[in-house]
Ligand binder design. Sequence first.
Ligand SMILES: Cc1cc2nc3c(=O)[nH]c(=O)nc-3n(C[C@H](O)[C@H](O)[C@H](O)COP(=O)(O)OP(=O)(O)OC[C@H]3O[C@@H](n4cnc5c(N)ncnc54)[C@H](O)[C@@H]3O)c2cc1C
Length: 416
Amino acid sequence: MRYSALALLRHALSGNRHWPRAWRDPAPKRRYDVVIVGGGGHGLATAYYLASLHGLRNVAVLEKGYLGSGNVGRNTTIIRANYLLPGNEPFYAHSLRLWEGLEQALNYNAMVSQRGVINLFHTDGQRDAFARRGNAMRLAGEDAELLDRDALRRLVPFLDFDNARFPILGGLMQPRGGTVRHDAVAWGYARAADALGVDVIQHCEVTGVRIEDGTVKGVDTTRGPIDCGKLGLATAGHSSRTAAMAGLRLPIESHVLQAFVSEGLKPFIDQVVTFGAGHFYLSQSDKGGLVFGGDIDGYNSYAQRGNLATVEHVMESGVAMLPALARVRVLRSWGGIMDMSMDGSPIIDRTPIRHLYLNCGWNYGGFKATPASGWCFAHTIANDAPHELNAAFRLDRFATGDLIDEGGRGAQPNLH
Ligand SMILES: Cc1cc2nc3c(=O)[nH]c(=O)nc-3n(C[C@H](O)[C@H](O)[C@H](O)COP(=O)(O)OP(=O)(O)OC[C@H]3O[C@@H](n4cnc5c(N)ncnc54)[C@H](O)[C@@H]3O)c2cc1C
């Protein structure tokens, strides 16, 4: 069924007793043309674009938990396309354009809110670097505005402009950046893919990858073996483990990243704001809670919770940027497992194994990439060749040295 105002009214009048399931709960079939491992945002988006753009409908998404249990339902919901490097910016620009039409395409309210993303700068050198980035964004057709101190103060008056250590000189703003309700993205893609015939199978963990003569033949799962023509891995923080099932060792480390939500407050911060003198970012949800986060915990882990030292560090950074935060109570926090690549950029590519495809290396920033990642991964799988938008996200760049080091920080996951 289509969701609409009329449907809402009709169901309200009948006591909301007749809403159909958003997606089916199918048993796994013996064989699919394409199997995608991982029912996060990227896996579900890939399945949706395989079906809607490439006509591939005998497709399954296998998810070991429930939809939204991974990072897609754990992130701080920020979307933006404010990159510098040519390998990155066109890809994220495409993603932002897909976000802009997503709710209509999926017929699902994902609460896409283009409220603006502002990156603060605190030194002259940082202002120059941000001006350069803003110019690169504009050259790529994106929107960017360099705000001076007064213009910034009019938008976000509560910041600590005169902080003795980190005085705020201005900010680089992307007005079309913003937030999207994270788990609605998983649900929207799942529902739309299901409507096109894709089997979205929850509680089905892949435990092995079957390969014969260098070609993928299928997977073993907790719900039995499944054959497939092509196999896509989109398992984010678990990528090293699923790739190891196919004998691949990835240039990826898994790290915990925490997120925090405060008690509900009256509207007081309209944009997404990121601190330039430490790793801290903040927005306010439609329910009033402040949503924020900071650095990864800094050690390898598969636990979906973090440690107190990082909590303290995030809070300190937040209070340095916005002193009023010191009076706010934190209600909830959690962790997600990040697939940190060695240059901070993702991988969407074929692998040395025929018909095995890889989507990983999303670091802190894979949520905003969800639509373009699914779009490009579907293209790569359907055509057995990358699209020009993901041509730079090659797996072999770590061997050839053709890295996409957006931050210019080298192979240090904690600095990306
Ligand atoms: C706290 C936090 C804040 C973040 N904030 C932002 C942000 O503001 N903006 C942004 O752009 N990005 C952000 N990110 C990053 C972003 O959430 C991730 O990069 C992105 O969600 C990863 O892609 P995904 O949605 O497909 O991952 P996931 O949702 O993690 O999907 C992977 C799925 O694979 C499944 N899986 C793993 N192994 C198997 C197996 N063997 N068999 C079957 N299924 C398997 C997992 O259960 C999981 O559901 C944040 C992440 C965290 C943790």
